[in-house]
Design a protein around this ligand. Structure first.
Ligand SMILES: *Cc1c(COP(=O)(O)O)cnc(C)c1O
Length: 405
């Protein structure tokens, strides 16, 4: 067995330097906990960035993967396979959509949505309709089209020329949204809650206006539910909080239970513009990933994890608000269900570093937000444990208690 230094040193030597990783090597996980190679335990409130929704190594997922791996691992999409058909049925019957395209990541799911929207735009609205309007500070993934859809210049810099046909509006600015739509618009694309840029929910007013504009102009409403989907926010899909139905959604993260899997779902009148040859993925809907996804969706539904996300998420947010009564540094608690952001006046990295030392994984975003994405199986007791560590971390970072600042 190699120690952490082995893993870290090899990674730093052989793997392209694209990640600013924390200095631990994780060796195993179970439920809401992971252990590093030195055997130290951490309470995981990041969940592999909202991927491990059932916690680590959930028996239903392990069993599904093991059984499928012994039977058939891959055939390509030249043939039909059972697990892909079964997960498609689960997704479609549990949603207002009619058809799904399977791929392997969130970026690919958005790439598929962008291609479908452009093809629909040209075929239905006219050849000049190719432009997609997205939000500043959005995040849609790292392929060239996805970084262009992403309204953050820092992810685009150095990779120009970017694909044409994207423009941005400030999130929740209804006026800007209205005036950005024109004769070349084919779609509007938003995250219901901006995740990567710091847990920023979209207002109902903005989403309703987006829907109204699409109904009026024929443009498509695409929601990127890669992070918010599959129960994370206390509903199966975040758009269900708003009473607004999109034409297309993208999913990934939690879908494969830790295996790479993405999906793009659409209503029939949109989906019908994809035909044989329009789009493809060698691995998309791979039998093992699809079997895992079936187990994930069934467990989320059968074990009441969506209600748990709502209940325990609310409990967690009130606990964070109580910490806010104690520490002047806390400016805001935002989010829905178990997608939670803690707004700070400073010190997100310091607090996260201290939490790591004390055995809690959290995700700092810039200097003023900590993002929490605990698994949907998390209990109030584990939330109490996290809150106690957070309290201790903030205290030892020398954060001013209110009244003594
Ligand atoms: C993570 C994420 C993506 C990108 O997913 P990848 O699997 O990393 O390609 C896209 N959109 C949103 C909202 C995300 O949170």
């Amino acid at each position: 067995m190699e120690g952490a230094t082995g893993t870290i040193a090899k990674t730093q030597k052989y793997i392209m330097n694209t990640y600013a990783r924390l200095p631990i090597a994780i060796a195993r996980g179970s439920g809401v906990y992971v252990w590093d190679e030195e055997g130290k335990r951490y309470l995981d409130f990041v969940s592999g960035i909202a991927v491990n929704a059932l916690g680590h190594c959930h028996p239903a997922v392990v069993e599904a993967i093991t059984r499928q791996a012994n039977q058939l691992m891959h055939t390509s999409n030249l043939y039909y396979t059972g697990p892909q058909a079964r997960v498609a049925e689960l997704l479609i019957e549990g949603s207002p959509f009619d058809r799904v395209f399977f791929c392997n990541s969130g970026a690919e799911a958005n790439e598929a949505a962008i291609k479908l929207a452009r093809k629909y735009g040209k075929e239905v609205l006219g050849p000049g309709h190719y432009e997609i309007i997205t939000a500043w500070n959005s995040f849609h993934g790292r392929t060239l089209a996805a970084i262009t859809a992403t309204g953050q210049p820092k992810y685009q810099k150095g990779f120009e020329p970017l694909p044409a046909g994207f423009k941005y509006v400030p999130l929740n600015d209804v006026e800007a949204l209205r005036s950005s739509v024109n004769d070349s618009t084919c779609a509007l694309m938003f995250e219901p809650i901006q995740g990567e840029s710091g847990v920023k929910p979209m207002t109902g007013e903005f989403l309703k206006e987006a829907r109204r504009i699409c109904d009026e102009t024929g443009a498509l409403l695409i929601l990127d539910e890669v992070q918010t989907g599959l129960g994370r926010t206390g509903k199966m899909f975040a758009f269900q909080h708003y009473g607004v139905e999109p034409d297309i959604i993208s999913l990934a993260k939690a879908l494969g239970g830790g295996l790479p899997m993405g999906a793009m779902l659409a209503k029939e009148h949109v989906a019908s513009h994809f035909e044989p040859g329009s789009h493809a993925s060698t691995f998309g809907g791979n039998p093992v990933a699809a079997a895992a996804a079936c187990a994930v969706i069934k467990t989320i539904v059968d074990d009441g994890l969506i209600d748990n996300a709502r209940d325990v998420g609310g409990y967690f947010m009130s606990g964070l608000s109580r910490l806010g009564d104690k520490y002047a540094t806390i400016t805001e608690v935002r989010g829905m269900g178990l997608m939670v952001g803690l707004g700070l006046s400073w010190g997100a990295k310091e607090i996260a570093g201290k939490c790591l030392e004390l055995g809690l994984l959290v995700n700092p975003i810039g200097d003023t937000t900590i993002r929490f994405l605990p698994p949907l199986i998390v209990t109030r007791r584990e939330v109490d444990e996290a809150l106690a560590i957070l309290d201790k971390a903030m205290d030892s970072c020398g954060m001013a208690a209110k009244g003594c600042a």
